[in-house]
Write a protein that binds this ligand. Structure first.
Ligand code: GAL
Length: 510
């Protein structure tokens, strides 16, 4: 009852916001009501965040340095890490999720918090922290989906042997996974090993725009890192099976855009579009589902750069296919054949160009605050279908989907929660997911919105906001209009109920 009254108050606040503040920019084409055959969408909803993006408390309770700490501290003057402070204020975050009726919380553990130097004895204070968070989630009826790694790595391992480019990381990651499953597997059944390994490899060790900021135009380091991530994933899956968590599942979150050929009649452009998917999604999904690199990757990446997948790893993957395909999807691109292209991911061998305008020069849709994020909901439906057809998973989860509204990061107060752009994004993307399930029979069971809170957006710092919940200067958690829409559309709340008022999210600081 309290939550419902609070919901109505927040809705009233939104209505009262001045019109100028409510309009952020050209919004995605509105699709006012999601059409579903039986009233509610046929999947549950969840939200996500990752450790480094929201925890903060970088030097609290014995956490060791991560590869992002110094860079973020120097560039954005954030020595404590994320000002969102989820490590200290997690009770508020559980409360707001409870009020919104969220079914699943996807979050990641911080490897340098659990193992401050990357290996060795586990940090009991970190175990206690995550244990309390998991207990609170379970008590609130929110299913935890726990990631071992989300773009983060103990600095000690980067300094000692170069992080993911070294084969030594495989054993360390496997041992970390085993320690995490042992310490927390009694409280969490569902786990993810890595998040977007392709981005971790190419952004971190190819074009060098993510930590550890290493550039290698030859592509050798990024393919070595990618291969060690595949081996690390296998090591973690082995550790998971050993732990034998009753009803437990383990997967990996892979990302892929939808891709349109620039000239739909050109075979060369169509082939380039397929190569784009092979190089980004297939480079991980094919080894994990089929035990081999995609043909185009094998044919095009020089043999001295592309590590061979050994027979024992290949058969391990074939015998241990994940039950669930976790897909992160945000946007769509237009791709064409570009001879000798060295594109932004150090994947020159793919020979494709990338843009966001169709052949007539028109953008694919409205663009978010991030200039790589064009709103194109039908791309989600197409990607869900592509994954379903190619990999035939028993179950699929959209493990990330969301947007940052243009100009949003400068807004405060009522204006910051009136996120029409994001609400319209979700209206389109949820409808696309509903159509994929109801019309195309894609086995999607869960839609995870990125993100719960406005986190540290990696190299962009706090200049981009993806959250459906706003954090004000008092660090209170205030649901935005998009949270309200998602809660009524996908959760148990009824239309007109609204979203929780700030008061609902002011649990005492621990
Ligand atoms: C994903 C990443 C998230 C978040 C999001 C929005 O690639 O997993 O951590 O940053 O993009 O940019």
């Amino acid at each position: 009852m309290r939550a419902l009254m609070a919901l109505a108050m927040a809705a009233a606040t939104l209505v009262a916001a001045p019109a100028a503040a409510r309009t952020l920019a050209a919004s995605p084409a509105p699709s006012p009501a999601v059409q579903v055959t039986d009233g509610k969408p046929p999947f549950k909803w969840g939200v996500a965040n990752s450790a480094f993006q929201v925890e903060g408390a970088n030097e609290v309770d014995g956490r060791g340095p991560s590869i992002w700490d110094k860079w973020i501290a120097d560039k954005y003057a954030l020595p404590d890490g994320s000002p969102i402070d989820h490590y200290r204020l997690w009770e508020r975050d559980v409360q707001v999720m409870k009020d919104l009726g969220i079914s699943t919380y996807r979050f990641s553990l911080s490897w340098p918090r659990l193992l401050p130097t990357g290996r060795g004895a586990i940090n009991q204070k970190a175990v206690d922290h995550y244990g309390k968070l998991l207990d609170a989630l379970n008590d609130a009826g929110i299913t935890p989906l726990v990631g071992l790694n989300h773009f983060d790595l103990p600095m000690a391992l980067q300094e000692e042997y170069g992080g993911w480019v070294s084969p030594r990381v495989v054993d360390d990651f496997g041992a970390y996974a085993a320690a995490a499953f042992k310490a927390l597997g009694g409280k969490a059944k569902h786990w993810l090993t890595l998040n977007e390994p392709k981005n971790m490899a190419s952004l971190g060790y190819g074009i060098g725009v993510h930590a550890p900021f290493q550039k290698d135009p030859s592509g050798a380091d990024q393919w070595a890192a990618a291969f060690h991530m595949l081996e690390g994933h296998a090591a973690a899956v082995k550790a998971f099976k050993k732990q034998n968590i009753k009803g437990g599942t383990v997967g990996i979150a892979l990302d892929c855009e939808h891709v349109l050929p620039l000239d739909p009649d050109s075979q060369a452009d169509k082939d380039a579009a397929q190569r784009y998917i092979d190089f980004r999604l297939g480079a991980f999904a094919d080894p994990i589902w089929f035990g081999k690199w995609p043909d185009s990757v094998k044919e095009r990446v020089p043999a001295n750069i592309l590590p061979a997948i050994p027979a024992n790893l290949s058969s391990f993957f074939k015998d241990n296919k994940p039950e669930t395909f976790y897909l992160n999807h945000y946007t769509t691109k237009v791709v064409w054949f570009k001879a000798g292209a060295t594109n932004g991911y150090g994947d020159g061998a793919g020979e494709f160009g990338e843009r966001y305008e169709t052949a007539d020069g028109k953008p694919l849709g409205p663009v978010g605050d991030s200039k790589w994020l064009y709103v194109y909901p039908q791309g989600l439906r197409a990607t869900l279908n592509y994954v379903n057809k190619r990999y035939k998973p028993k179950d699929m989860v959209l493990s990330e989907s969301g947007v940052d509204g243009p100009g949003e990061s400068k807004l405060e107060g009522d204006a910051a929660i009136d996120d029409t752009f994001r609400t319209d994004y979700f209206k389109g993307y949820v409808q696309a997911a509903v159509d994929a399930v109801e019309k195309d029979k894609v086995p999607l069971s869960l839609y995870i919105g990125w993100s719960l809170l406005d986190g540290l957006e990696w190299q962009e710092g706090m200049t981009k906001r993806f959250g459906i919940v706003y954090t004000n200067e008092k660090k209170e958690r205030i649901p935005k209009k998009s949270a309200l829409w998602l809660a009524t559309k996908l959760g148990p709340l009824t239309p007109g109920g609204g979203a929780p008022a700030p008061a609902a999210a002011k649990a005492p600081a621990p």
